[in-house]
Write a protein of this length. Structure first.
Length: 344
């Protein structure tokens, strides 16, 4: 029996969506200590998957979990597990999902679920999971490498993106790419905190819808925006994380997110998808929130704060939901400076 557990991740944006540059994408984000996904596996003669009754429950969520959501999670895990046993050359695995991340909200649920399933099954069979090498076969890392990199070692991550020569407006077929290498990784200071505001809204883009939206965004991407993003990343984001300056970091990643939103505006109805814009606008007036934005396709809104301002930031998050006229959940969490936990 083996168990793998990994935290969520925030995705602040890409460095470029323009095919006119040598490299495409180039993502930045960081690892969170919670919420977490936890998967257990044991050797078996075939693949079986059990999703525990409370596996989809997340602190702060209200209402019962829909049976179709449980079944959708089970189907996805079974697909990952079937691919994993083929990759490892083993007969099967009995997989149990003890906890999962909120799905398609901007916290990296797909990559973390695939990676924990891989790691648990590999450990149960005494094999090296080689997550970075095998992630492409699971359909992960085709654009952003942040999820794989945070699974490996946590912290703040900037990846190199993909060679543009290998990509068109569509990504290659699963398995026909390499996860982007990490070009910068920094530990997140212990006193930093991250506000997570999750409005009760439709899930973010995923699957074929996400592919279509990314294709359209890449086709229309203004090359000049990439130069502006690069300037912010090199002159503001990286110095701020290296020096441990939370206020400067929050302001910088918010700026990156706003420029990314210009690429996506036609796809999501503005710089931020509704109702994220209203939430971000409300958070911007709080001195306890040093910067905020949309993680990936949302609807999760992140805010950068610190331990001293955590309670005030949480209150600002609750007011932001009220101002936007939506229900939702609010949490303040730590970053994770280590990778996934794999035991057994």
């Amino acid at each position: 029996m083996a168990r793998a557990s990994a935290g969520a991740r925030l995705h602040f944006g890409f460095c470029t969506l323009s095919l006119s540059h040598d490299r495409l994408y180039g993502a930045l984000g960081l690892s969170l200590a919670e919420p977490r996904v936890t998967v257990e596996a044991a050797p078996a003669d075939s693949v079986s998957v059990v999703v525990e009754a409370d596996a989809l429950a997340v602190d702060g969520d209200a209402g019962p979990v829909r049976p179709d959501a449980v079944e959708s999670l089970r189907v996805d895990v079974r697909g990952y597990a079937t691919t994993v046993v083929d990759l490892l050359g083993v007969p099967g695995a009995a997989v149990t999902v003890h906890a999962s991340l909120p799905r398609h909200v901007g916290l990296g649920s797909g990559t973390q679920l695939a990676a924990t399933t891989l790691a648990a099954i590999a450990r149960a069979h005494g094999r090296d999971p080689a997550v970075r090498e095998r992630a492409p076969a699971l359909g992960r890392g085709g654009r952003s490498g942040v999820g794989v990199a945070t699974f490996e070692a946590g912290g703040f991550v900037l990846d190199a993106g993909h060679p543009t020569a290998r990509f068109t407006t569509d990504r290659p077929a699963d398995g026909e790419w390499r996860v982007p290498p990490v070009v910068a990784r920094h530990p997140v200071p212990d006193d930093w905190r991250f506000l997570l505001v999750r409005p009760d809204a439709d899930p973010g883009r995923n699957g074929e819808n996400e592919d279509a939206s990314m294709r359209a965004a890449v086709e229309r991407a203004e090359p000049g925006l990439a130069d502006r993003v690069a300037g912010i990343v090199t002159r503001r984001v990286l110095p701020a994380i290296a020096a441990g300056r939370a206020e400067a970091f929050g302001s910088a990643v918010e700026a990156v997110g706003r420029l990314n939103g210009a690429w996506y505006a036609d796809e999501q109805g503005g710089v931020y998808r509704p109702p994220v814009g209203d939430v971000v606008a409300s958070l911007s007036v709080s001195p306890a929130v040093f910067g905020s934005g949309q993680s990936s396709w949302g609807p999760v809104v992140y805010g950068v704060t610190d331990a001293e301002h955590a309670d005030t930031a949480r209150e600002a998050g609750e007011r932001a939901l009220d101002a936007a006229g939506v229900a939702g959940s609010v949490a303040v969490v730590r970053a994770a400076n280590g990778g996934a936990r794999v035991e057994g």
